[in-house]
Design a protein around this ligand. Structure first.
Ligand SMILES: [Zn+2]
Length: 179
């Protein structure tokens, strides 16, 4: 890829090769630390994407298990950073406040990531529990209906109508959950 900067001398686009992962050459800002960082990151990401594109991707069938595994991974990362912050501060690294600041920022990001994953797990757990409660209530109502129909000795046709009507009603009040 060619450098996208305009050469001052000619007023035309610079003809040099841009740095890998960047849009500019060394002369046109490619040597600046933030440009080098971004370029290195872009190269890494492109490499990772190529590997990713060549692999097959299995679907996630059990989000709860997947989230639990992810939570374990994020927690390890958080603990690792916590240890590094602890080492830096307890060893009295004077004059390295910049490094400590970066470590603390990374640690704080990891804590936020872990909170997001754990919150998602808690929410999924609550949702599945609500579904289970709904299913229990439905089963209770259906059993009560059958007992009532037995006691009234109703005909098969009437029984069938009563079951259909009950199922429709439950579906309405349970918010579309299958009765
Ligand atoms: Zn250039």
């Amino acid at each position: 890829m060619k450098c996208t900067a305009t050469a001052k001398s000619t007023g035309e686009q610079c003809g040099r090769h841009a740095l890998a992962g960047a849009r500019v050459c060394k002369v046109h800002g490619g040597g600046a630390p933030q440009v080098r960082d971004a370029a290195a990151r872009a190269v890494l990401e492109q490499e990772a994407r190529q590997v990713w594109a060549a692999t097959t991707h299995a679907p996630v069938n059990d989000p709860l298990t997947e989230l639990a595994a992810l939570a374990g991974e994020v927690r390890e990362w958080k603990e690792l950073l916590k240890g590094m912050v602890g080492d830096l501060t307890s060893l009295g690294y004077r004059g390295m406040t910049e490094q400590i600041r970066h470590q603390v920022a990374l640690y704080s990001d990891a804590v936020k990531q872990l909170t997001v994953v754990l919150t998602a797990i808690a929410k999924l757990n609550i949702d599945s529990r609500l579904v289970a409660i709904g299913e229990q209530q439905t089963a209770l109502v259906l059993a009560a209906l059958e007992a009532g129909l037995d006691a009234a000795e109703v005909t098969d046709i009437a029984r069938h109508r009563a079951r259909s009507a009950t199922a429709r009603h439950l579906e309405l009040v349970m918010g579309g959950q299958p009765a």
